[in-house]
Ligand binder design. Structure first.
Ligand SMILES: *[C@@H]1O[C@H](CO)[C@@H](O)[C@H](O)[C@H]1NC(C)=O
Ligand SMILES: *[C@@H]1O[C@H](CO)[C@@H](O)[C@H](O)[C@H]1NC(C)=O
Length: 544
């Protein structure tokens, strides 16, 4: 007989449910939506591509889709390489022969808003490895904001190339604070008196979600670029980086997961669907970034799905949060919606088409009435679980109402640094603050063994709740980008791989309540749980 999965042992983590109030400029009350050329054209977009894509935003029905803030943005490459004789911003006359004011007027004439792009550095980003010399706005914030406003700008995406020096192209670990660059431009935009949505694009460096970013920008990029070229590995890296900051998104200030890759090569259609639905439910800005003049019917169907768009534009403005990871199998994320219903997103993580059982207890429910958001199918009442077919890296997105909540599980916590546990091979305790001591250097030879763990009256399979710290941020795609793996073994039985995402960008922020089921417990209090990883560090462990 298996023990009830809710009677269990637990490793404790803390969850932050801090919510920002957003930049107080009345904009981006719901996440902005629009079109940006970068993922399709890099820094080489010309006037005719801007014009034809602006026309397509209208003719394909995207503008009419209830997007609150449809805009057409320019991106890198639109700028000149030298200021004019009075220090004013200039445009690239080869790329934009009719001039920026005329392009802005054209976009406005279609009923679209116009988005500018600049950079909080000595030069802007370019596509030729940092030798393009496109103008940046560092030190010219007030003048440039005034110029963009006078040209009719409604939006500014603000990048971060050459922010340290005129020779340091992209620096993910800058020796200076980046935040003042963004505060300066935010203030300069406010001073223009024109409503200009401010989109901070500094790739998640120095954790902008935790700046008083809420008061600085309407959205902030949380991670390095999704591409081009896009890949599932990029999506996984960004998803893991979102885990600790979902609570910081709210009306006026959003976590920006990056421009969309729907319609571009590099992702399967199932992956593109998952990408769009996840971005929507995480309340990321939805910025189409493909050539709309050649988009396929299939990709357009993904981008125009009204049910998915409604998740993004839901007036409550709460992101989905990480609920459960079945390592290399499936992820479960969920969050509340304005009408009292809940959205749940289940992602196939093993790259295999198969059926997956979604356990409603993973989102705190025993039953609910469900609609499949992507297909629109009404699924009736689901009780305890729902099994359905998934494509490889596909997803199930459910809108759940008539929620019947499950009883909260209770856990007994064991401190990693507690007496009786066995630290070996270099594993050692680290004091985080007055109340928290963790065990670090576990893995790569180090091991942590919890002893005297209570298996209850009948042993078997128990649910554990782990609290850990993992601030191992990476901008690149490793095996486990922005996550760390622990192998967990009960009573020296088979090791179970457990993959834990980031808990924050510094080593003093806990993730609380990572759930994992382990088998092999004996009745009584003589069980052990060994945590190890022969090929890399596990997270720092606080308790379980
Ligand atoms: C320089 O650029 C600014 C901003 O566009 C403009 O207001 C000013 O008239 C330009 N000055 C000259 C001399 O072209
Ligand atoms: C210790 O750190 C945890 C996790 O960041 C935090 O929740 C807690 O408030 C801190 N306690 C003290 C006393 O600083």
């Amino acid at each position: 007989m298996r023990k009830s999965p809710w009677a269990g042992v637990s490793l404790v983590f803390f969850t932050f449910v801090q919510s920002s109030l957003g930049l107080n400029n009345g904009l981006a009350v719901t996440p902005q939506m629009g079109w940006n050329p970068y993922n399709a054209f890099s820094c080489t977009t010309g006037q005719s591509q801007y014009e034809s894509n602006a026309n397509a935003v209208v003719s394909l029905g995207l503008k009419a889709l209830g997007y609150d803030y449809v805009n057409l943005q320019v991106d890198c490459g639109w700028q000149g390489t030298a200021r004019n004789s009075s220090g004013g911003f200039t445009w690239n006359t080869e790329a934009i022969p009719d001039g920026i004011p005329a392009l802005v007027e054209f976009v406005h004439s279609l009923g679209l808003k116009f988005g500018f792009y600049s950079d909080g550095g000595f030069f802007a980003c370019d596509s030729v490895g940092g030798t393009g010399g496109f103008l940046g706005s560092l030190g010219f914030e007030i003048e440039d904001a005034a110029t963009f406003a006078s040209w009719g700008g409604d939006y500014l995406k603000y990048d971060n190339c050459f922010s340290v020096s005129s020779t340091d192209f992209v620096d993910f670990n800058p020796p200076i604070e980046i935040e003042p660059h963004y505060i300066a431009m935010s203030n300069a935009l406010a001073a223009t008196g024109r409503p200009i949505l401010f989109s901070a694009c500094e790739w998640g460096v120095q954790d902008p979600a935790r700046w008083p970013a809420s008061a600085i920008a309407n959205s902030w990029r949380i991670a390095n670029d999704i591409g081009p070229p896009p890949s599932w590995a990029n999506l996984f890296r960004i998803i893991n980086q979102l885990v600790p900051i979902t609570g910081f998104a709210g009306p006026g200030g959003w976590n920006d997961l990056d421009l969309l890759e729907v319609g571009n090569d590099g992702l399967t259609m199932a992956e593109q669907q998952t990408h769009f639905a996840f971005w929507a439910a995480a309340k990321s800005p939805l910025l189409i970034s493909t050539d709309l003049t050649t988009i396929s019917e299939e990709a357009l169907a993904i981008l125009t799905n009204k049910g998915v768009i409604a998740l993004n534009q839901d007036p409550l403005g709460r992101s989905i949060a990480f609920k459960r990871r079945y390592t290399n199998d499936h992820d479960v994320w969920a969050g509340p919606l304005a009408d009292g219903s809940m959205v749940a997103v289940v992602i196939e993580m093993d790259d295999v088409a198969r059926s997956i059982t979604f356990d409603l207890s993973d989102v705190g429910l025993t039953s609910a009435t469900a609609t499949n958001v992507i297909t629109g199918a009404k699924l009736g009442t689901l009780t305890n679980s729902y099994t359905s077919a998934f494509e490889a890296h596909g997803s199930l997105v459910l809108r759940l109402s008539n929620l019947v909540t499950a009883p909260e599980p209770t856990f007994t916590f064991y401190d990693a640094a507690g007496e009786g546990n066995i630290l070996a091979g270099g594993a050692s305790t680290r004091i985080v603050n007055d109340t928290i001591t963790v065990v670090g250097f576990v893995g790569d030879g180090g091991t942590l063994e919890f002893t005297d763990v209570n298996g209850g009256d009948s042993g078997g399979t128990l649910l554990l709740s782990l609290d850990y710290i993992n601030a191992d941020v990476t901008e690149s795609n490793t095996d486990c980008s922005n996550c760390r793996v622990a192998l967990m073994s009960v009573n020296n039985g088979p090791a179970v791989e457990v993959q834990m995402p980031l808990s924050g960008q510094s080593w003093d922020i806990l993730f609380s309540g990572y759930l994992v089921s382990l088998s092999g417990f004996k009745p009584g209090t003589t069980n052990t749980i060994l945590i190890s990883n022969p090929s890399g560090f596990t997270p720092d462990c606080y308790r379980h």
